[in-house]
Design a protein around this ligand. Structure first.
Ligand SMILES: [Zn+2]
Length: 234
C-alpha cells in the first residue's frame, strides 16, 4: 500500500446520491480541497426519491438537490461537479452506467478515485452497491483499455490509468485520514444538503463529532474518517 505522504493531487469522487460523499468522507474532501488538490465530484443519480414527503414532486426535489450539491461544492472549493442525472433507485451494473463513469475518468484523469464500498453484505442501498462496483470496474480495466468504449478515442478522449481507489463506508478499513482541522467545512458541506439532513445545529454537530471521534480513537487522533485503500493499475 502506498504511504500516506504519497497521496495524489487529483481526485475524482463518485457518489451514488448527492449527500453520500459528504456524510462519509466530507472531512477528507475538505482537507484535499484546502491542500489545493483538484477534486471533481460526480453525482450518479438525481436523488429524486430522497424524501418521505408524499406531496413532494420528484422533479422539484431533483432540482433542489442539484442546488444543494453546488452549495456543498462551494463550501469545499471543489474544482467541478458533474451530474449524471441517472434514475434514483435505478442504477444497474450495466454498459450504460459503466460508460458514463469511464468517460468521466478519462476526461478528468484522476490519480485517485473515491467511491462507496459496494460490499455491504445484507442491508444496503442498491444504488450504493451498484455505484461502488461499477466505479471499480470502470477504473480497471475499462478506463485503462483503448478497446473499451472506442467512441471515446474517436472523440479525442484518451484512456487513463487511475492509480488507486479509496472506498468510503468501508467494510474492511485499512486507512484513515485525520480530519480534526476540517470539521467546520465538513459540517457546512454536509448541511448544504438541507432537504436531507436539515439545518446545521449544535445538536447535529455533537452527533457528527461523536462519530468522527469514535473513528479517531481507533487511530489515535481527535477526528478521523476511514477508508479501504486499494492500489490499481500500478
Ligand atoms: Zn445514498
Amino acid at each position: 500500500m502506498p504511504e500516506p505522504d504519497s497521496e495524489p493531487d487529483s481526485i475524482l469522487v463518485v457518489t451514488p446520491h448527492p449527500d453520500d460523499s459528504e456524510s462519509a468522507a466530507g472531512g477528507t474532501i475538505a482537507k484535499w480541497c484546502a491542500e489545493g488538490k483538484k477534486v471533481v465530484l460526480v453525482v450518479c443519480t438525481n436523488g429524486d426519491k430522497g424524501t418521505s414527503d408524499r406531496s413532494a414532486k420528484p422533479e422539484d426535489l431533483a432540482a433542489t438537490r442539484e442546488v444543494e450539491t453546488l452549495n456543498a461544492a462551494k463550501a469545499y472549493g471543489l474544482a467541478d461537479v458533474v451530474f449524471l442525472r441517472m434514475k434514483d433507485q435505478g442504477l444497474e451494473d450495466n454498459d450504460e452506467f459503466r460508460e458514463k463513469i469511464v468517460k468521466q475518468i478519462r476526461i478528468h484523469k484522476p490519480q485517485l478515485l473515491l467511491t462507496i464500498d459496494p460490499n455491504r453484505p445484507y442491508i444496503r442501498h442498491r444504488d450504493h452497491s451498484m455505484t461502488g462496483r461499477v466505479a471499480l470496474d470502470a477504473v480497471f480495466p475499462y478506463a485503462r483499455d483503448h478497446v473499451a468504449y472506442p467512441e471515446h478515442l474517436e472523440a479525442g478522449i484518451e484512456p487513463h490509468k487511475v492509480e488507486e481507489v479509496w472506498l468510503f463506508r468501508p467494510e474492511q478499513p485499512n486507512h484513515h485520514v485525520d480530519v480534526t482541522d476540517y470539521f467546520e467545512t465538513r459540517q457546512n458541506a454536509l448541511h448544504s444538503h438541507l432537504s436531507q439532513v436539515g439545518e446545521r445545529s449544535d445538536e447535529r454537530d455533537e452527533l457528527s463529532l461523536k462519530r468522527l471521534a469514535d473513528t479517531g480513537e481507533k487511530y489515535g487522533v481527535e477526528l478521523a474518517e476511514q477508508f479501504m485503500r486499494i492500489e490499481m493499475n500500478r
